[in-house]
Design a protein around this ligand. Structure first.
Ligand SMILES: Cc1cc2nc3c(=O)[nH]c(=O)nc-3n(C[C@H](O)[C@H](O)[C@H](O)COP(=O)(O)OP(=O)(O)OC[C@H]3O[C@@H](n4cnc5c(N)ncnc54)[C@H](O)[C@@H]3O)c2cc1C
Length: 489
């Protein structure tokens, strides 16, 4: 159907995309070539901004119920404390990093998706696609081996780092490898010297050792192996991991069981454009980077949330502005670049080989991280709450202190922005907000939350970023803005 969306890939990003579109009433088919859902843990951290955005579909509470809340990140070097970063002050209803295996996050997303009547079709592979005038034709191999073509309005490629769609479009995946091999695993353990609410990074002269606790006796552990060679990296087994932990860790930690181990090389790459006509790329298909900081899955899920409401408005015929769909690449590509740069920086800092530089690093980090503005900047970056779209083409006028494109902090217990079955902008203000919502009933709803900055009128996007802000009495200033974006009553 020309008004439906094909989502290639049912990983965390494809599932988030499907959930957002399905709850906004857009027909979707989500496919994955794997015959059944994987049980490898992969991403373990879900950060505050992702939880805020998942609250809009109701999924956040279910993920929180099964995860371990981490509120402190300790950094130590040569056994001495360098810094202790607290997430308590992150300005969010969720001031913690939630540690939960990726397959469990995916399971929650699948459950919520099922609530909207959508089930991923597993064992179905996208073989190719061709755009025609007002849609595209996708060539699929179904689970029974038959091949056929199906018409769709749009294709969203959530098909991972080796994206077939990206290759087929001939899009460059610019970047490089970092040159070090790594190994990681999920282990049962005893003797971890911090509470389960605290993660730990041990900088060591031969390479860092990272602990992400998932329970008091279970953690994701990552460590570097050394410079990459011609052969692919091989994961350490439990005994070899134990030796690394004894050498690089604080002592006293004993591994008591292994759930899963893997080895990897860090690539830092980003696609040159997140869109090609009716095809959009999201998640690992668009950007890959160091797992330091655990941002990969989170950034991908936020790509999906950014795109979904825009696609839903267009497909449902509520909005037609080309700028709406164009803004996806323009908003999300800079965010991807920022995440690649920040996670690469963290990795390079943690893997400095020169002893003098290691010493300088420890001193500088100790001094800087002791300053609360630096702490706030670092935790804001990790939590992804400082992400905004200040240069977005769909930003409207903003005359107040807040700038268009900035995240609007959600309040616990209040109806989240973009909640419900239509991607509505929220107008917060006085009488002007009511007038505006009446003028654009398919696009704008008033907020039950009174504006804290009376007499300002804030217009908030369905994904919780400020679209515009004017004096409430001047609400008509927003009429041309909304006319550009969507249809009037
Ligand atoms: C070992 C490892 C550890 C990681 N650790 C972390 C971490 O700690 N923190 C973090 O944030 N991130 C981590 N990541 C990254 C994280 O797992 C990814 O960012 C995340 O899975 C990306 O989700 P995605 O949905 O974009 O892609 P994927 O999860 O890769 O899903 C893509 C899906 O597309 C399917 N597919 C591919 N081609 C086709 C096709 N032609 N037709 C149909 N289906 C297709 C694949 O089968 C796959 O299921 C880790 C990754 C790995 C590999």
């Amino acid at each position: 159907m020309k008004n439906s969306v094909l989502i290639a890939g049912a990983g965390p990003v494809g599932l988030t995309m499907a959930l957002e579109l399905a709850r906004y009433g857009v027909p979707v088919r989500v496919i994955d070539k794997i015959p059944e859902a994987t049980h490898s843990s992969r991403a373990v951290a879900v950060w505050p901004r992702t939880l805020e955005l998942l609250d809009r579909s109701g999924a956040a509470a279910d993920i929180i119920a099964i995860g371990n809340k981490v509120t402190v990140a300790n950094i130590l070097s040569g056994g001495r404390p360098v810094a202790s970063l607290s997430l308590d002050d992150v300005p969010s209803p969720y001031p913690f990093a939630l540690m939960v295996p990726q397959y469990e996050t995916e399971a929650v997303l699948r459950r919520h998706l099922a609530g909207h009547g959508v089930k991923p079709d597993l064992g179905v592979e996208l073989l190719g696609f061709e755009e025609d005038g007002d849609g595209l034709s996708a060539r699929l191999r179904e689970a029974d081996g038959t091949e056929r073509s199906e018409p769709y309005g749009f294709l969203v490629a959530c098909d991972g780092a080796h994206s077939m769609v990206r290759h087929r479009l001939g899009l460059d995946f610019q970047g490089d490898s970092l040159g070090l091999d790594w190994t990681q695993g999920d282990f049962h353990l005893s003797g971890y010297p911090f509470p389960a609410s605290q993660m730990a990074i041990f900088w060591h002269e031969h390479g860092p050792l990272l602990f992400f606790p998932m329970a008091p006796d279970r953690a994701r552990i990552i460590t570097s192996l050394g410079p990459s060679t011609a052969t692919p990296p091989v994961p350490l087994d439990q005994d070899a991991f134990q030796e690394m932990i004894d050498a690089r860790g604080p002592g006293g930690i004993t591994l008591t069981g292994t759930e899963w181990v893997s080895a990897f090389r860090i690539n830092e790459r980003q696609v040159e454009n997140y869109r090609s006509g009716r095809v959009f790329l999201a998640g690992d298909a668009a950007h890959i980077h160091s797992p330091a900081g655990g941002q990969g899955m989170n950034t991908g899920m936020q790509d999906a949330i950014n795109l979904a409401w825009k696609l839903a408005l267009v497909i449902r015929g509520i909005a037609c502005a080309p700028a709406l769909l164009e803004s996806y690449d323009l908003e999300r590509r800079p965010v991807g670049a920022q995440v690649i740069a920040a996670s690469g920086r963290m990795t390079r800092i943690g893997t400095l080989a020169d002893h003098t530089l290691q010493h300088v690093r420890d001193l500088v980090a100790h001094t800087l991280m002791g300053l609360s503005p630096v702490q706030r900047a670092v935790t804001g970056l990790m939590a992804e709450v400082s992400i905004g779209y200040p240069h977005s083409p769909i930003n409207g006028p903003s005359h107040g202190d807040a700038k268009a494109g900035a995240r609007v902090r959600p309040i616990m217990g209040e109806v989240p922005f973009g909640w419900g079955d239509t991607p509505l902008f929220t107008a917060r203000g006085g009488a002007g907000a009511t007038e505006l919502a009446a003028r654009f009933p398919r696009l704008v709803a008033t907020s039950p939350r009174p504006s804290s900055e009376e007499p300002l009128l804030s217009l908030v996007r369905p994904d919780g970023y400020l679209a515009a802000q004017v004096q409430d009495a001047n609400w008509q200033e927003l009429v041309p803005y909304l006319q550009q974006i969507g249809a009037e009553r």
